[in-house]
Design a protein around this ligand. Structure first.
Ligand code: FMN
Length: 211
């Protein structure tokens, strides 16, 4: 089994990456392979709302001049997905948000590509804004009908300069507990799949509130 992680920070060795590696450490101890991809240092456009991905039905975004399509493919093939972002103005870093909007829209309109994968989110923050940032990433996980493991508190680690989250004893524990629970859920699902069939997917009902 494997987990692919997306670090929304521009820093490859910053606090977000460090928090994610704490989760990965526990996954690896449980025999699960991990890969960390650095999103925040890339040049990515946001979703243009062109709906080309809905028309093409080939599981890709029409913009092929950045790594997003390769990352969608990696997510579609992975057993688990870990999202990580630094807190920027009390929310998800801009580049990460652009990536998530595009990837999850493509996945949603192409047969729910991430359905029933195990997924979790973590955030690194100096002081305030950790919870809305984790909540915002969790929204993508929920929308995609993924299965979300929990920790013993909300998945936020505190630090300003890269490496400082190591000094956040509770934050370190939160990440480690999340990693253990994620590994356990992944193994339960792998075992359970053979014994308990998954619910059939349903065609999505769409309503809006104008008519
Ligand atoms: C543009 C920007 C906005 C930030 N906004 C916040 C904020 O709203 N609240 C906060 O506590 N820290 C804020 N920070 C600090 C970062 O969240 C913090 O340094 C975090 O550890 C960075 O993670 P990284 O090392 O993975 O990049 C901000 C940093 C930047 C660069």
């Amino acid at each position: 089994m494997n987990v692919v992680g997306f670090n929304g920070s521009p820093h490859e060795n910053g606090n977000t990456a460090l928090a994610m590696k704490l989760v990965f450490g526990e996954l690896e101890k449980a025999g699960i392979e991990t890969e960390l991809i650095h999103v925040g240092k890339e040049k990515l456009r946001g979703c243009m709302s062109c709906h080309a991905c809905l028309k093409s039905q080939d599981g890709t975004c029409v913009f092929d001049d950045d790594p997003v399509n390769g990352w969608i493919q990696k997510m579609a093939e992975a057993d688990g997905i870990l999202l990580g972002s630094p807190v920027h103005f009390s929310g998800v870093g801009g580049t990460m948000k652009s990536f998530l909007d595009r990837a999850f829209y493509v996945a949603g309109v192409n047969g729910n590509l991430f359905r029933h994968k195990v997924g979790a989110s973590v955030a690194a923050v100096r002081r305030s804004g950790g919870l809305p940032t984790v909540d915002a990433m969790n929204k993508f996980i929920n929308y995609a009908e993924m299965i979300m493991p929990a920790s013993n508190y909300w998945n936020v680690a505190h630090g300003l300069r890269g490496g400082e989250v190591e000094q956040d004893e509770e934050g370190v524990q939160i990440m480690e507990v999340l990693g253990k629970n994620m590994a356990w859920i992944m193994k339960l699902m792998e075992y359970g799949k053979e014994h308990i069939p998954a619910p059939e997917p349903v065609a999505k009902a769409w309503t809006h509130f104008i008519r």
